[in-house]
Design a protein around this ligand. Sequence first.
Ligand code: MF3
Ligand code: CO
Ligand code: CO
Length: 225
Amino acid sequence: MLPPAALDHLIHHYMTEQSVIPATVGYHGYQHASCISVNHVAVHGIPSESKILKDGDILNIDVTPRLDGPETNHWHGDTSRMYTVGESISVKARRLIEATDKSLVAGIVAAKPGNRLGDIGIACEQVANAYGYSIATEFYGHGIGLIFHDNPEVIHVEPEEMGPILRPGMIFTIEPILNIGKPGVKVLNDGWTAVTRDRKLSAQAEHTVGITEDSVVIFTQSKGG
Ligand code: MF3
Ligand code: CO
Ligand code: CO
């Protein structure tokens, strides 16, 4: 089987073919077209050249394509989802991925005009808690548009303050990280890779969404849904 770096090369090639720029390349020194976070890596995994993916692994692939051309055209999309390797995926890994997808969907459903930003965090957290999982609180969703990481911070747990009312035209990401064990994560010496402190499995899912007059639009849904 392949190492994550091989997937990253395919991603980079595909983006080039589609005439979009991987916004992660050169972002604070990051050098890859994607982040690939395997098993207990919670977020920002650097696509490894050497750690071959193996049967039973679960991984998140996170991509941020940006439109090319003049700066006024530099719109970003930011999305990630979980994938599984081979046939022998454990029941607990499948359940974690299911919970993560549902947590993201609950956050998106809560992202409607008139609600507050904090309603999104409450919705994401409720799903995680119902499964008995925790949410990593060091990483947030974010405003996005012509800027990759913009205000506001979109937190995925119940906030101290409910934050602003959601209004048409707001564009941001929702990207909860669910952990089977404790919520704590730490960044490794490479400055990027964030792993769960207890080394238990972690999963993430992300969409870029926009608030409309009466609903929410998902900008990053794949053709397959
Ligand atoms: N795509 C990530 C996010 O969801 C950010 C990755 S930045 C990188 O916000 F430099 F690590 F690629
Ligand atoms: Co992302
Ligand atoms: Co993001």
